[in-house]
Design a protein around this ligand. Structure first.
Ligand code: PEP
Ligand code: MN
Length: 353
């Protein structure tokens, strides 16, 4: 439920409401620009009616409203102001959300030290603000390249130190969460795992930001936000959503997935969480990546995830959708003007957080 304070309520009055919630064992989240909104976290059904009445009777409370949606912490009702997620070490980090636009770029998989270093340097020089790369790869066939695991994580951490880009990488197994947190700045939950509730609970316990891709068995917008709710309910408030396309009805030779651009403004209205777009997995074809990347910005995405490989034709995974370095550089040159039209600026590593 949310407690909407009257205009001009004092800090002390807000404190009273928060203390009352704390005394009952509930958390609170304060937001709102014009008017303070206090979100009560974890209110049990048995307390709801009583609290609605008691808090609603306070002279400095305008009204108390139950959040009716199934996802609560992820909803705009609970927190009207957009969440800004900080990723990476203070002073070197990147912020996601608000008016900045983040670009996460890198290969689908970490294939070798040389491949990752070359890509990291190129994407950083072209203006990317985060480095992506998979060490644990969810592959459809067990005979396909599965990623280099720990070795891949070490290479990613080395690239982060060398090029100053925070790193995002996928975690697939709940048992690996602690380890991946030691190497990565952001944990990616892949599309196949959006409804892996054991994994969602585990990353909810972590204090490393999470990139939650849309997918799973029923990749509806509501289920996506409910998946985010699992993470938020565990106490990890740094969740960024990622639209990465849904399987098409046909013509799979023409595109692997259909990037759902409508989901971006819809989710931004329903939720305060930042949303980025992944036009690489969202199309599966490198030629479609630049136009869909630009379209994503136009519909309000807070950033992009782009697969880049120095030699896409030799990539061990997702070569067909990876941009080569010159194509990535061309795409990046078109983004600042587009960002400006949307009232945004390109995020800069080491500048914003
Ligand atoms: C990836 O980012 O390389 C990946 C496997 O993504 P998705 O989970 O969206 O398929
Ligand atoms: Mn990939």
């Amino acid at each position: 439920m949310i407690i909407i304070m009257k205009h001009g309520s004092s800090e002390e009055e807000k404190g009273h409401v928060i203390d009352r919630l704390t005394a009952l064992g509930y958390g609170s989240n304060v937001s709102g620009v014009e008017q303070t909104v206090i979100g009560a976290i974890g209110v049990l059904d048995r307390d709801r009616e009583g609290l609605l009445e008691q808090l609603g009777a306070l002279p400095y409370v305008e009204r108390v409203v139950p959040v009716l949606k199934r996802y609560k912490l992820a909803s705009r009702e609970f927190q009207p102001t957009p969440t800004i997620v900080k990723v990476g070490k203070a002073g070197q980090g990147v912020t996601i959300g608000g008016d900045s636009l983040v670009v996460m770029a890198g290969p689908c998989s970490v294939e070798s030290r040389e491949q990752l270093m070359e890509t990291a340097q190129a994407v950083r020089d072209a203006g990317a603000t985060m480095l992506r790369g998979g060490a644990y790869k969810p592959r459809t066939s067990p005979y396909e390249f599965q990623g280099y695991g720990m070795e891949g994580l070490e290479i990613l951490a080395e690239a982060r130190e060398r090029f100053g880009l925070p790193v995002v990488t996928e975690v697939m197994d709940p048992h690996d969460v602690e380890t991946v947190c030691r190497y990565a700045d952001m944990l990616q939950i892949g599309a196949r795992n959006m409804q892996n509730y054991t994994l969602l609970r585990e990353v909810g316990r972590a204090r490393t930001p999470v990139l939650l891709k849309r997918g799973g068995m029923y990749p509806t917008i509501e289920n996506w936000l409910l998946a985010a709710e699992y993470i938020l309910a565990g106490g990890n408030t740094d969740v960024v959503l990622c639209e990465r396309g849904l399987p098409p009805y046909g013509d799979t030779n023409l595109r692997r997935n259909v990037l759902d651009l409508t989901a971006i403004p819809i989710v931004k209205e329903l939720s305060h969480l930042p949303v980025i777009a992944d036009p690489s997995h969202g199309t599966g074809k490198s030629a479609l990546v630049p136009p869909l990347a630009r379209a994503s910005i136009t519909v309000g995405a807070d950033g992009l995830m782009i697969e880049v490989h120095p030699q896409p034709e030799r990539a061990l995974s997702d070569g067909a959708q990876s941009l080569d370095i010159p194509a990535f550089e061309r795409l990046m040159r078109t983004l600042p003007a587009l960002a400006a039209v949307e009232g945004r600026r390109m995020a800069g590593a080491g500048v914003t957080a």
